[in-house]
Design a binder for this molecule. Structure first.
Ligand code: CP
Ligand code: NVA
Length: 311
């Protein structure tokens, strides 16, 4: 019997494959309930605070709407509008918010802000994106893969682009679930080598393969899932021009997709830039599942909040 009440959700490494699978199955079940108009409100009277230090469309709206649908209430806490933005410590913020709230989600720059908040909070802390990780997105991505491919283990996921937070969480998550993962980046934009090593050691247990390469073709060859993300993440906007040059050969387009499996799924966490990391033909084409993926943020995070924050 899996019981995740009271746990934080910071990165896939904190969870077993069985626990992740439990969350994914719950997400699919909750989605079915919502589509059929069956109420599911295990969080009546509960509140979650959503701390945002960066912009968001999907994460903010899916957490707010998700919590409402679960019977609870969500508070949007822009970092600039709370005392955290004026120098109140993470420690004191964690302690005070824990006296009011049943859970906290944080979107921030430094990953240490998430771990420090979790260390001092007395309620579950959810990572809503840091510079190092975006596990909520990957939960929704894996739900989307399960819905369309019926399994995770044994599939091959290719990620082409920046070795960023998405690359990290996809690698760790895929390794955990027994999915092969190949990450292609330009030189100088590799994924964090410590995370690659961590993913490799997890993959040894799950029987999957983790490949890092500078060749987009090598990564995409025979892939079941092809994933990309923006070339300049939040916080790196001033590098946009230089990155456009560095990443020019890494666009996910019709030519590159010729080497993927014919029934490949295209995924992108969004927001996207057509004509940069992905061609319009691919992202708006028949293999693209980007809006299912975005929708699943709602269902996957409802499952997460219900599992972590229920009585
Ligand atoms: N994919 C994602 O996290 O989107 P937002 O930045 O809009 O929340
Ligand atoms: N890598 C992107 C993901 C946005 C959801 C960023 O951090 O900006």
């Amino acid at each position: 019997k899996i019981d995740l009440r009271g746990r934080d959700f910071i990165e896939f490494t904190d969870y077993t494959a069985e626990e992740i699978r439990y969350l994914l199955d719950l997400a699919i079940e909750i989605k079915g309930k919502q589509k059929n108009g069956v109420p599911f409100q295990p969080l009546k009277g509960k509140t979650i605070g959503l701390i945002f230090e960066k912009s968001s469309t999907r994460t903010r709206v899916s957490f707010e709407v998700g919590m409402f649908q679960l019977g609870g209430h969500a508070l949007f806490l822009s970092k600039n509008d709370i005392q955290l933005g004026r120098g109140e410590t993470t420690h004191d913020t964690a302690k005070v918010l824990s006296r009011y709230l049943d859970g906290i989600m944080i979107r921030t720059f430094g990953h240490h802000n998430v771990t420090e908040l979790a260390e001092h909070a007395d309620v579950p802390v959810i990572n809503g994106l840091s510079d190092a990780a975006h596990p909520c997105q990957v939960l929704a991505d894996f739900q989307t893969v399960l819905e369309h491919k019926g399994k995770l283990a044994g599939l091959k996921m290719a990620y082409v682009g920046d070795g960023n937070n998405m690359a990290h969480s996809l690698m760790l998550g895929a390794a955990k679930m027994g999915m092969h993962v190949a990450v292609a980046t330009p030189e100088g934009y590799e994924a964090d080598s410590a995370i690659v090593e961590q993913a490799r050691s997890i993959a040894q247990e799950s029987g999957s393969q983790v490949v890092v390469t500078y060749s987009a073709e090598e990564a995409v060859k025979d892939a079941d899932i092809v994933y990309t993300d923006v070339w300049a993440s939040m916080g790196f906007e001033e590098e946009q021009k230089i990155r456009e040059q560095a990443f020019a050969a890494y666009q996910v387009n019709e030519e590159l997709m010729k080497v993927a499996k014919p029934d490949y799924m295209f995924l992108h966490c969004l927001p996207a830039h057509r004509g940069e990391e992905v061609s319009a033909g691919v992202i708006d084409g028949p293999n693209s599942l980007i809006f299912d993926q975005a929708e699943n943020r709602l269902h996957a995070q409802k499952a997460l909040m219900a599992a972590l924050m229920s009585e």
